[in-house]
Design a protein around this ligand. Sequence first.
Ligand code: NAG
Ligand code: NAG
Ligand code: NAG
Ligand code: NAG
Ligand code: NAG
Ligand code: NAG
Ligand code: NAG
Ligand code: NAG
Length: 427
Amino acid sequence: MTLKAIAAAVSLLLCASGVASAQKAVYAHFMVGIVENYTVDDWKADMVDAKSIGIDGFALNCAPPRVDSYTPKQLSNAYQAAGESDFKVFISFDFAYWQNGTYGFCSRFAYDTALIISTLQNYSSLPGQAKYDGGAIASTFVGEFFDWAPVKAVLNVTALPNMEDPIQVTELKTSFDGAFSWYAWPTDGGNSIIPGSMTTIWDDKFVLWLTSRPYMMPVSPWFSTHFNSKNWVFICEQLITDRWEQVLAIQPQLVEIISWNDFGESHYISGPQPHHSDDGSSQWAAGMPHDAWRHIMKPYIAAYKAGASAPTVDADGLVYWYRPTPKDIRCTNDTLPAPNGISLLADVVFVTTMLTAPATLTVTSGSLPPISVNISAGIVTSNFTIGVGTQTFAVNRNGTKILGGDGGLKIASTCTTYNFNAYVGGF
Ligand SMILES: *[C@@H]1O[C@H](CO)[C@@H](O)[C@H](O)[C@H]1NC(C)=O
Ligand SMILES: *[C@@H]1O[C@H](CO)[C@@H](O)[C@H](O)[C@H]1NC(C)=O
Ligand SMILES: *[C@@H]1O[C@H](CO)[C@@H](O)[C@H](O)[C@H]1NC(C)=O
Ligand SMILES: *[C@@H]1O[C@H](CO)[C@@H](O)[C@H](O)[C@H]1NC(C)=O
Ligand SMILES: *[C@@H]1O[C@H](CO)[C@@H](O)[C@H](O)[C@H]1NC(C)=O
Ligand SMILES: *[C@@H]1O[C@H](CO)[C@@H](O)[C@H](O)[C@H]1NC(C)=O
Ligand SMILES: *[C@@H]1O[C@H](CO)[C@@H](O)[C@H](O)[C@H]1NC(C)=O
Ligand SMILES: *[C@@H]1O[C@H](CO)[C@@H](O)[C@H](O)[C@H]1NC(C)=O
């Protein structure tokens, strides 16, 4: 090949990959509010796990220092760890706590505008800062009314606020650059619970109205929570693979996994994080691993970044998940009623097979007879009626067992407190 031909081939490759796809990234929502005493090494341990499946960075959900005095310390630790780990982070201002109001009478700006500017100034030029279009990414939880114009007057930021309704893309005059949606679970809006499955009805509107501006699409594996202030489930039992298939179809500019470590809403995919503080969620999250969900996400993240329409499986694997009890069991010693929405759930065990070639999956759920199904190659999610007792999984190919074993938790017919979190394991 001549030099000219090589140059032509290189430019063809660059054009084919496109500018937008070169910026594709997958972030995961990280609750800074539960890591008061995290060390830089604690942060790095999470970053190693996240990077190993292709996650590029964490969205640092945080409250202002007047609410959590340790926010600056932990932002600083996170940026340091990211800078030393070839990982990226950005701040996701949690507007349950930050305010865009104008109650600071001495300030030229709405009170928190000045604080948001100084916070971004403090960290956004550090090597760990996540960027889009050359600007430092800044995001929010709710907070769509916050005006980014004064921030952008002094800092090069790409503002990707959470919008609670996609119509706001057409209405707000807040100098935003793109949007992040929180509609990662089937809902008619707000926190309304509707029967599954997940659709892209909200995503499609965001994409349409944002035109070419970046859409940060939310992906979540689960949602159940059992606090006295919020006590419900979303109907999203097979969400993890359904949702990633939707990501591959839509190919948004950015993805945010909800969440890395929100144990309270049961959508964490991190390890148990030995040094996190407990807001009461240990009642349903302790001893309920979700790590194996990361094995499902890894090939989907790779496919998304490659612009592929289907994931590539290069080793056989199986991931299962199920709740600790059938939904109608009444727990005997709970101060709260059962979560809203549970009547819409299915009493089934879920299995995602990741197969390099077709095989037969056999599931024995408690005392029910074994059920066998032939499964094609690729990533396939199947479900099986719940039986109380031990859960057993086996994958056979051509009459030889290639993987399997017992699930790590027996399904029980009694309980003291309600737990609609999922137990997740794999082989
Ligand atoms: C935030 O700003 C929007 C308009 O910019 C306003 O409608 C809303 O009331 C403000 N919120 C607060 C808490 O001041
Ligand atoms: C800036 O970061 C330092 C720690 O690196 C912290 O002590 C300080 O409070 C931060 N300031 C703001 C405004 O966040
Ligand atoms: C932000 O930085 C990028 C990269 O340096 C540059 O292309 C862009 O023009 C900057 N935007 C602003 C508003 O300064
Ligand atoms: C963090 O450490 C401080 C000082 O040792 C301690 O008082 C506090 O209870 C710890 N917080 C958590 C959530 O463990
Ligand atoms: C019920 O739960 C409370 C704590 O919420 C505990 O103190 C009590 O011993 C439990 N009762 C039974 C019968 O387990
Ligand atoms: C699976 O496929 C094999 C071979 O084609 C067939 O013999 C068997 O009956 C199938 N099993 C099920 C459960 O469909
Ligand atoms: C179980 O699998 C069947 C067949 O694929 C599907 O129609 C059904 O929606 C699944 N159930 C749940 C709760 O996902
Ligand atoms: C099963 O065995 C047959 C004959 O040995 C072989 O042709 C076929 O490729 C095997 N199938 C798989 C999925 O390994």
